[in-house]
Design a protein around this ligand. Structure first.
Ligand code: NAD
Ligand code: USQ
Length: 390
């Protein structure tokens, strides 16, 4: 297959591109490197050093003998997006290319507006380009489990059969997201479902849980192929943050009581889920949704897993929760679709997260300790994070 990976310079897009290329697909990546710009803006950097996109694709050619095409451009630019799709003519477009940090979207008005404009307009441009260039193209779009929030009913895979006043219908599962970022994903889901229903496009929306891990079978083949490892309070995800905190001898920063529960997934499973979804496309007109997570844990349980696997001692510090989220809640998620396609999950109970400790240990001197403390307050109209505007 010809597969175009949007957001291919990011934490997940890059290892996905490598995995798909390694599996024999013809792969191109596109990115505007906005993510590297957020690092500059916030004065932080990936824990693991990453190479430029040009060095990455050259290294992959050297290591594997396979080439990956590279497009630099902004999805918000409709002309760029359409022409790139016309030129590469993919069978599948995998769309990771959005601003993905909830805290970033909650810094202030400007960051909320940027996030929703970037994500919603970029996705709309992709939908219009697919319709114009070739409506047969399968869109595999990264959504998020946080679209659903924490409802007091079982979470289904995107759709819900309801009976109301004696009548039945199948409706999109109700959404209760927890940030302006998560809301952008809800808006995307609605726009994509509409495009499938009205134009007959085919799409798979992958509502992914919180990702952890940093190495995949391909990224370890050469240091130049490494993907990013974010640990700061804006872009770092919870398990990866706890790992570096443990290594530095800092307490694990559990927000609130830690009883809030989230779906989780290993980065190695992420890349495999994308392959599975791409190789078994949705049918024309179908808006297919999978919940891309493999297990549910509360934040306190995640801290326990990390502390338990760490060879030294790791303590927990309960901080006032800077976010507005339910503490005690029901959480039961259906996530069978990808397993039915063949996913064999790596679960935390069976996986060694020691390799993550090793990575964190190796680069511990690169940590900016000040960037670890949560700085964005959901309740405040604007948060005093270190923002550079140059
Ligand atoms: P990331 O920020 O590392 O990567 C996203 C990439 O998209 C970046 O390289 C960025 O430069 C690029 N991008 C952003 N806006 C763009 C635009 N307008 N045009 C072109 N490129 C653009 O994020 P990630 O962690 O790799 O996440 C990838 C996707 O997966 C996101 O859509 C995110 O919402 C979703 N997701 C991530 C996680 C997680 O835990 N990391 C969990 C669930 C879902
Ligand atoms: N948390 C802590 N301590 C920390 C960091 C986070 O207790 O130091 C808590 C948060 O309060 C939250 C949970 O851990 O309850 C998850 O936070 P996170 O920062 O790991 O993840 P989140 O903000 O939800 O966002 C991440 C990705 C996002 C993706 C989402 C999947 O950045 O792109 O969409 O995970 S999900 O959460 O399923 O929506």
């Amino acid at each position: 297959m010809r597969i175009l990976v949007l957001g291919g310079d990011g934490y997940l897009g890059w290892p996905t591109a490598l995995h798909l290329s390694d599996c024999g697909h013809e792969v191109a990546v596109a990115d505007n490197c906005a993510r590297r710009g957020y690092d500059h803006e916030l004065g932080v950097d990936s824990l693991v050093p990453i190479e430029s996109m040009q060095v990455r694709v050259d290294a992959w050619r050297e290591v594997s003998g396979r080439s990956i095409e590279w497009y630099f451009g902004d999805l918000v630019d409709a002309g760029f997006t359409t022409e790139m799709i016309r030129e590469f003519r993919p069978d599948t477009i995998v769309h990771f290319g959005e601003q993905r940090a909830a805290p970033y979207s909650m810094i202030d008005r400007a960051h909320a507006v940027y996030t929703q404009h970037n994500n919603v307009v970029g996705t709309l441009n992709v939908l219009f380009a697919i319709r114009e260039v070739d409506p047969e193209i399968h869109l595999v779009k990264l959504g998020t489990m946080g679209e659903y929030g924490t409802p007091n009913i079982d979470i289904e895979e995107g759709w819900l059969d309801v009976e109301h006043n004696g009548r039945r219908d199948r409706v999109l599962f109700p959404k209760k997201p927890g940030s302006f970022y998560h809301l952008s994903k809800v808006h995307d889901s609605h726009n994509i479902e509409f495009a499938c229903r009205v134009w007959g496009l085919r799409a798979t929306d992958l509502n992914q849980g919180v990702v952890y891990g940093q190495e995949t079978a391909q990224t370890v083949r050469d240091a130049r192929l490494a993907t990013r490892f974010d640990y700061d309070a804006v872009f770092g995800t919870v398990l990866n943050r706890f790992v570096i905190q443990a290594v530095l001898g800092h307490p694990l920063t559990v927000y609130g009581s830690g009883s809030q529960t989230r779906g989780l997934i290993d980065v190695r499973d992420t890349v495999e889920c994308i392959r599975l979804a791409s190789e078994s496309p949705a049918v024309a007109g179908e808006f297919r949704v999978f919940n891309q997570m493999t297990e549910s844990l509360s934040v306190a349980e995640i801290a326990k897993v990390v502390a338990g696997a760490f060879e030294g001692s790791a303590s927990v510090e309960q901080l006032d929760n800077p976010r507005v989220e339910q503490a005690e809640h029901y959480y039961n998620v259906r996530h069978t679709g990808l397993v039915e396609l063949g996913l064999q999950p790596h679960l935390l109970s069976e996986t060694l997260i020691e390799s993550l400790f090793r990575v964190a240990q190796r680069y511990r001197d690169r940590v900016d300790v000040a960037a670890m403390r949560p700085s964005v307050d959901w309740r405040a109209p604007s948060s005093p994070v270190r923002v550079r505007d140059d």
